[in-house]
Write a new protein. Sequence first.
Length: 574
Amino acid sequence: MNKGMLKGSISIRIFVGVFILFSFILGIFIYVTTSIYGEKLKEMEIDYHIETTNSTIEQFNVLTDVIDGYSYSLVSSEIVRQAVKSEAETEDKDTIQVDINAIASVNENINQVTILGKNGFMISTEEKTNYRFYQGFLEQYEMNDNRRAIWTKFHTTQGDEYLSSTSYIRPIFNSETKEIYGIVVMDVSYESLHKLFTSSSIRLKDKAVIVNSTGDVLFQYPLSTDYKVVLETFPQVIDKSGEIEGELFNKDVIIVSQSIDLSDWMLVRFVQRDAATESFRQMLSSIKIIIVAMAVISLIYTLWLTRTITKPIKELMRVCGQVVTGDFSAHVSFKRHDEFGRLGDVFNSMITKINDLFDQERRDQKRKAEMEYQILQAQINPHFLYNTLDSIKWLAVMQGTDNIAEMSTALINLLQYNLGKVEGETTLKNEVESVKNYITIQKYRYADTFEFTTMIDAEAEDCKVLRFILQPLVENSIIHGFNEERGNYRIHIAALILDGMLHIKVIDNGVGMDKTSTDELNQGIKKTTRFSKIGVTNIKERIQLYFGEEANLIFDSRPNVATIAEVILPIKKS
């Protein structure tokens, strides 16, 4: 291969183009990752730690809202208000007991519910209750004008020094005079609050505390860390929500503080910058390894892709050269299942198809000549039959045998109707006339043992119907409806337009059918075969194919009384 051919080779172009494309993509990826989004990713990591504080606050707020809602339901209860106001012992104490027990049992965070009245009314969910501890808060409400709910410090409950709780106390008072009647106390377990507090801190490896307005540390993580010095250094985090930068144990931190609703508590989180960006640094190291791996893989893939594309193209070019010389036996052999494999199969099929077309053309020419001969025969045969029957008719007329002439005329008309035209549709008037010709022939055959009458509404005569739908039904009446035991048989065809539909009924007074047979026939379960192998199913399928699902064929019959075959068609005027 000379230098010019090598320069213009598609394989070289594909290799160079794909390699440059991969190199460009890798360059963009490195630039975007390290230069543009590097600092943004760091800030996002820090923001994520800070946002976790908001999530923890929201969980605390949900819990305090639930506690506040329970306490409000008791404070606003008329039964509870009467119990703490009345001088006499209330009769509804059992009802109140049921209510507070239900509250304590529903929420696992509530250890105890207690109601204490100024009148001496006392009730609790626990038998061993330190009412004296809660009495002190009731006395404080009586001594000042504060009527807001408060949270207490953690204290032991039920005489158990290992079970610690904080109490949410809500006063019961007169909204107009502010007179205190009593208090409702909700004890919340230390364990549930501590679990809620430490879950996010452990996950993010941050340090955090919850302090009250006086600077007392209620919760902290880790437990071994002393935060008093930090809180004394940054007292503003106790007073209001905010975010400041500082130093904790010689490490740069972001101190985030946020208040908890319905309490004087503050959640303070110490986010270390190094810890917050640790995952980013790990990600950056992983990116470097990935970039090197991608560079090697892209080079290998470029070589493989070049060979994959160019090899089948060269094979196709070779076979095309053979086909150009007239060798149609040449085929490509791609042992692959991708687009090139399918292209090879299509190419082979095309070559085979060209060979087949040559043979097909020769066969078509021969068959065309045969078909022209058959068409000529088909044109000659009906005319020959009609002419022969017409000769028989006139011979019968000349010899005075009118019955043979009448029968021949009916047969000629019937054959001309059924065989003379290709189109399948006709008018109801023409269809009934064809049936009359058929009846003329059948009367001679059955010695005129039945009567045939029609009653066709003038408006229905020019409605479109399909050819050969009434004759099989009439034949069914003659062959299967009449027997030799009875006489006075009749066949009647009636047609009228009703509710925008054409109704055609073929009625006979023959032997009829029982209800089971009629139902099976209407449902298509029972198969019947009639004249020229055209049965009920055939008629029903034909009219529904032509007129749609509105068209139908329905049978109604009673044994030895009558049988009605009703054809229902949408109206189509001729």
